[in-house]
Design a protein around this ligand. Structure first.
Ligand SMILES: [Zn+2]
Length: 257
């Protein structure tokens, strides 16, 4: 790893941004195919309108979208602007993670977690589900990584507290809380431990109720229309990964004084 110290910092940042664009491109494939239970590896990307395979030189994240003017080269059908946005968001998140964590084990974990949160957010908004194919491996990975970074007791407590609380909510609310949300928060809890999973739930509920009230006021949405909780949990998880230690310290300091 010594040689990394000889590479200029801005160069590493640029490389991570480009890597983030590529991961974002793969995230798009996952967002589109996972809910349909399709393979994310085969076949190669193709136009959703005319099924023409995307040429390798038309598959460059963000750039290709701009060069093609947001249209398929073959059928000229519009390509959703969501694709380059997902790529840009993923790249920016990875860059922010690099600035926060540096080239550490935490950053390595983050390079998996952050794009996964982008995928979960997009799929939950579109389909109101968080697929098992993400959450179940997430629980295994969360327990494995959490055991290494925060200890297996805290990791397992996080899994229990997060999953248990949401399971209880699901029972009490009579299906108001989805199974995907329960598995998601169990995975997140295993990764970050019992204190931070409570923080994720608190921030998620705060953001959710805030946006929910805003939606009801502005769009005159009924209270019953479903607002997926996954995106709020994903944002809350990101906030906790970045500022969890600080927020918990502030909370404890204020409680003690
Ligand atoms: Zn086409």
């Amino acid at each position: 790893m010594e040689f990394i110290n000889t590479i200029p910092y801005p160069l590493i940042a640029v490389a991570i941004f480009m890597f983030g664009l590529a991961i974002g491109s793969f995230a798009n494939v996952c967002i589109y195919r996972l809910p349909k239970k399709e393979s994310v590896v085969f076949p190669v990307s193709h136009c959703t309108a005319c099924s023409a395979p995307v040429r390798p030189f038309d598959n460059i994240p963000v750039i290709s979208y701009l060069i093609l003017g947001g249209k398929c080269r073959d059928c000229k059908e519009g390509i959703s602007v969501i694709y380059p946005i997902i790529e840009a968001i993923t790249a920016l998140l990875l860059l922010a993670g690099f600035f926060k964590f540096g080239l550490t084990f935490d950053f390595l974990v983050y390079t998996v977690v952050a794009p996964t949160l982008v995928i979960i957010t997009a799929i939950d908004i579109e389909h109101q589900i968080i697929p098992d194919v993400i959450t179940l491996p997430g629980i295994v990975l969360g327990l494995a990584v959490g055991s290494y970074t925060i200890g297996y007791i805290d990791s397992f407590l996080g899994f229990l507290v997060g999953g248990g609380l949401f399971y209880l909510l699901a029972v009490l609310s009579n299906g108001g809380m989805g199974g995907g949300d329960i598995k998601y928060i169990a995975a997140a809890g295993a990764l970050v431990g019992w204190q931070k999973v409570l923080l994720i739930i608190f921030i998620g509920a705060f953001l959710g109720s805030f946006v929910g009230l805003f939606q009801i006021a502005v769009q005159k949405k009924s209270r019953k229309s479903l607002i997926p909780f996954g995106p709020f949990l994903a944002v809350a998880t990101l906030i906790t990964l970045f500022y969890g230690n600080l927020l918990i310290k502030l909370y404890i300091d204020n409680l003690a004084s």
